[in-house]
Design a protein around this ligand. Sequence first.
Ligand code: X2X
Length: 334
Amino acid sequence: MPIITRRALGQGLAALPALLTRRADAAEFSYKFATNQPPSHPSNVRAQQAIDRIREQTGGRLQIQLFPNNQLGGDTDMMSQLRSGAIQFFPLSGLIVQTIVPVAGANGVGFAFKDYDMVWAAMDGEFGAYIRRAMEPAGFYTFPKIWDNGFRQITAGAKPIARPDDLNGFKIRVPVMPLETSLFESYGASPTSINIKEAYSALQTRLVDGEENPLSIIYNWKFYEVQKYCSLTSHMWDGFWVLANKRAWERLPKDVQDVVSKNIEQAAQEQRADIRKLNEGLQSELEKLGMTFNTPDTEPFRAKLRSAGFYAKWRDTFGPECWGLLEKYTGKLA
Ligand code: X2X
């Protein structure tokens, strides 16, 4: 028989009221929602609103805490934590998921999407559904509506990028993903994979000459402090899949899942509208902050990708089904 001393018993009893209150208040499920964006970014604003509504609408059964700004690590690290279940929700660019699920980067094929109508038709349609299915075996549940990052533009410290030749020898920071590396190598550039968390210091210390991102990222990460030029190439459209750890998602009862789905979907619509407005209005704001813009003719950039074999290579890598679904929305790419 275990011997319980009077002292231990006393301590145990003293702790009892606290334990009881904690239990009464505790949520049935306590989950973490991580992001790689500064608090001001619309992804965080909309995520927090969704989290608040979810708490209310589940009567406090599901409490989600938001960890913005890479607090829990860099992108590749947080992706591992999501897979292991240490984080339960994480909106992450498909470009970065590409390191473990190759087709997740397929929306990043150079110059594939001409405008947002084309983007949403593909991503909310069969092409997006195909990518979501492909991500499942990696341990992810993916919410149907991808959040927007935007069309990516090239920034530089020393000279604007106007022609493909300007990228020759250009040291450019890219997210950790094979497709971007291949795209910039097609121009003779030297791409370096760096998580967004370290991108500012890589630019500031001149480890790289430039980077590429939508204007909302250039603004929110204050890249204008360390970059002078912005070339509107729109060479790629990128979005954040709202990923959940599959086991954590499946542990939630159906009625709780329904509340989460409804609110993440509403947040997606609002986040998309916010980002679009931001990306459209930010040029003049960034000009005021000292950046100089140019709008290159993109046809020579596409031609260079064709002649370098970029499209042929990625058609083979992604496979005919994925490529066919992409071209169903974009038209023939190569
Ligand atoms: O890392 C980037 O460049 C970012 C923020 O755009 C992505 O998430 C791919």
